[in-house]
Design a protein around this ligand. Structure first.
Ligand code: RI2
Length: 308
């Protein structure tokens, strides 16, 4: 599939999930490089940079996409032939994809320690990292139940309910506005991440901050499950995370309201670090305030720059 095709499917959310969009973008760049049979390094670079920009523009909020794309281009400025460039891009893409999958397994293993028998667990949207934690705890024989928010307007909670039911985990779907109503009877919250800023704030599916607020009020531990490539080097320079707004037809059907009625459809929100108890990453469970160290240590200096 070409970079343009993958970008369109990410934009339409046919390909979704912060880690999955990064993997698919890396794979598209690998295939783009391998499909070039010439030996003109300048031409290959130019093609690849165009594909990179198309992919990066597809969804602006999840830093995983940006980190994944940067990883694919790592050290390509040092090569001197098209063949070396192709090899470097291909190896980087494979390494990113493989590491992202093993990171998910490690997060499952580390996070499962935070689920006890009899827990009532809340989750929001459809995060493969959060589901990996629940799946691993269940596989270890722990018995608990999950309450999944519908997560309007895309209703990713239905995907979560199917994922958990397939694993045999008891799951109840609730509407988003019922989350504070049930929170007093809940034991744990696990959510995913699209971006974690250098101050430890979480950018995730819209409604996450309300879940965190309700959990904070009810003294229910709120845990984020996130691979290190969801931490944002760009926020170290003070950049604000762009919150994607999507089409009004995701909320109201055409003709359902008169034309003068406006629709505002932000699909992510920010949860301050003070509402986050911990972040389960593949290199350990950390407090949100350790985000800066993760960015410097894990993503390294080569990520702390970017050319627009
Ligand atoms: P994983 C998703 O965004 C949700 O916000 C989810 O929490 C986050 O990406 C992380 O997902 P969308 O693609 O990488 O549904 O944990 O807009 O699967």
């Amino acid at each position: 599939m070409s970079a343009e095709d993958v970008a369109e499917r990410i934009r339409s959310m046919e390909i979704r999930g912060a880690a999955e969009i990064a993997r698919r973008a890396a794979q598209a760049l690998k295939e783009e490089a391998e499909s070039y049979s010439g030996d003109d390094l300048k031409e290959l670079r130019s093609r690849m940079e165009k594909s990179r920009d198309v992919l990066l523009a597809s969804r602006p909020t999840a830093i995983s996409l940006w980190n994944g794309v940067q990883y694919v281009f790592k050290d390509t400025s040092k090569v001197s032939t098209a063949e070396e460039y192709r090899t470097k891009v291909s190896e980087n893409a494979d390494r990113f994809i493989n590491r992202s999958k093993s990171a998910l397994k490690t997060i499952g293993r580390l996070g499962a320690n935070r689920i006890q028998d009899g827990d009532k667990v809340v989750t929001h949207c459809n995060s493969k990292a959060a589901i990996a934690v629940m799946a691993e705890a269940w596989a270890q024989g722990k018995r608990f139940e999950v309450f999944a928010t519908e997560s309007r307007p895309w209703r990713q909670g239905v995907l979560t309910a199917n994922d958990l039911a397939e694993l045999g985990i008891p799951v109840t779907i609730i509407i988003d506005s019922a989350v504070r109503f049930i929170m007093k009877d809940m034991d744990k919250v696990f959510v995913g991440a699209d971006t974690i800023a250098s101050n430890g704030a979480l950018i995730n599916k819209i409604g996450t901050s309300q879940v965190a607020l309700a959990a904070h009020e009810a003294r229910v531990p709120f845990t984020v499950c996130a691979e290190t490539f969801k931490f944002s080097p760009r926020t170290i320079y003070g950049e604000l995370v762009k919150i994607e707004e999507r089409d009004s037809t995701e909320i109201v059907k055409l003709g359902e309201v008169p034309p003068q009625v406006k629709v505002f459809n932000p699909v992510f929100d920010a949860t301050p670090p003070e509402y986050i108890d911990s972040i389960v990453t593949e290199i350990g469970v950390i407090p949100p305030y350790a985000a800066y160290n993760i960015i410097i240590k894990e993503l390294g200096q080569e990520f702390i720059f970017y050319e627009d």
